[in-house]
Design a binder for this molecule. Structure first.
Ligand SMILES: Nc1ncnc2c1ncn2[C@@H]1O[C@H](COP(=O)(O)OP(=O)(O)O)[C@@H](O)[C@H]1O
Ligand SMILES: [Mg+2]
Length: 382
């Protein structure tokens, strides 16, 4: 199943491009679902049709859905939420507040991704298109499976399966309520799902598409997003530069055309993936106009094609050393920090962190150096 995620700065046209891509996919015969994971949903506005919190038919083979996080949380993860609530209460935190605290930051985003996984497993659709929130939140969303897995492993020692054994002895000593069997099962289920989710998102059938406008701020934001998405191990297969003024515009706009062309050239030289362009139309794009835009999008290509293939992460052998290579374009040596601890390599850049779980055989090797070559970080283990 093909999964395509759309992200970019606010207002650049993510939802419009996601919706038009979905329409185009149906023209190639794919049963397609376009899901909105942006809490500020606007798929309904875009299609000019009420889109529900479940797959809503829009046209032949075309379905839309706006995820309702609160509803999902209560329906599927109530056991966990109840426990978190109980946990806060035991710490002397009032009910009203603990209600609010019961949804830890990031959990709502995780719910969207778990939903995606569910559709993936059911194989009900050929293509799922995810219309994500603006870049910053999408980055948080994409870094989440890894952070959650790391955290749960640390906190609950899931892989060591210690937790269940510890429970009966520890209960009378500790003040905090230990989770009961149901909660433990839920946590384990969640853990397994997150691991699967990571696998799906990192696989070759999933790609991210960045939408941007030909403006300095959008380019800068896209460069950072490009770097971090790569760092997390996901694949970007193309960029869509939206809202380009038609080249026959005259008068007031002629200066803008020149400015935009310069930015477009800059985008073409600095991003190592195919670039598609979309003209600034003379009115907003919704309803029927989306169907027209779909025809132009991606030139005459199948929109589900993987336009660029790359390995964001590789482990190779060189003589006595093992080299772990990670794509980190646009990142400087100064922002990158690398740490190795047992079977984990932790790479951080600004506030973002990637934890790479190495195969067991590499756990005892020492990191002897790291180099940044052509936008790729190479860590040497010996
Ligand atoms: N190529 C375009 N020409 C004209 N209007 C556009 C174009 N792309 C998007 N728009 C309009 O810009 C607004 C923001 O687009 P939207 O897709 O909702 O952005 P985002 O999801 O990134 O916030 C909408 O009103 C949309 O109709
Ligand atoms: Mg949007």
């Amino acid at each position: 199943m093909r999964i395509i995620l759309f992200t970019g700065k606010g207002g650049v046209g993510k939802t419009t491009m996601a919706a038009a891509s979905a329409i185009k996919a149906t023209r190639y015969g794919y049963k397609t679902l376009v899901m909105s994971a942006d809490p500020a949903h606007n798929l309904s506005d875009c299609f000019q049709k009420k889109i529900e919190a479940y797959p809503t038919k829009i046209a032949e083979n075309l379905y839309g859905m706006e995820i309702n996080v609160q509803y999902e949380l209560e329906r599927r993860w109530d056991v966990l939420i109840d426990y978190i609530r109980l946990f806060f209460k035991s710490q002397g935190i009032e009910d009203v507040i603990s209600d609010e605290l019961a949804i830890p930051p990031g959990l709502d985003e995780l719910v969207s991704l778990l939903h995606l996984l569910e559709f993936y497993e059911k194989k009900e659709f050929d293509v799922i298109i995810l219309d994500c929130a603006p870049t910053g939140e999408t980055l948080r969303l994409l870094s989440l499976p890894e952070v959650a897995r790391w955290f749960m492993n640390r906190f609950f020692g899931i892989e060591k399966k210690l937790f269940k054994l510890v429970k009966p002895v520890a209960q009378p000593v500790l003040k905090t309520p230990l989770p009961n069997e149901d909660v433990l099962d839920t946590i384990q289920e969640l853990y397994i799902k997150i691991a699967k989710l990571k696998e799906v998102l990192e696989s070759e059938e999933t790609t991210v598409r960045l939408v941007l406008t030909p403006e300095k701020i959008a380019i800068n934001e896209s460069q950072r997003a490009f770097a971090y998405i790569n760092l997390f191990g996901y694949r970007i297969d193309c960029l869509i530069v939206n809202k380009l003024f038609p080249s026959n515009s005259s008068g007031y706009l002629s200066k803008w055309i020149e400015i935009q062309q310069n930015y477009l050239n800059e985008i073409k030289t600095c991003f190592p993936v195919p670039i598609f362009t979309v003209e600034f139309k003379d009115e907003e794009i919704s309803g029927e106009k989306l169907f027209k835009l779909a025809e132009e999008l991606y030139d005459s290509n199948d929109p589900t094609k993987v336009f660029f293939k790359d390995e964001p992460f590789r482990i190779t052998k060189e003589d006595e050393e093992v080299i772990v290579s990670i794509k980190t374009p646009f990142l400087s040596k100064e922002t990158l920090k690398v740490m190795k601890r047992g079977e984990e390599i932790i790479i951080s850049a600004d506030q973002w962190k990637r934890v790479i779980f190495l195969p067991q055989s590499l756990a005892f090797k020492k990191a002897v150096g790291a180099k940044l070559i052509n936008g790729e970080l190479k860590i040497r283990l010996r």
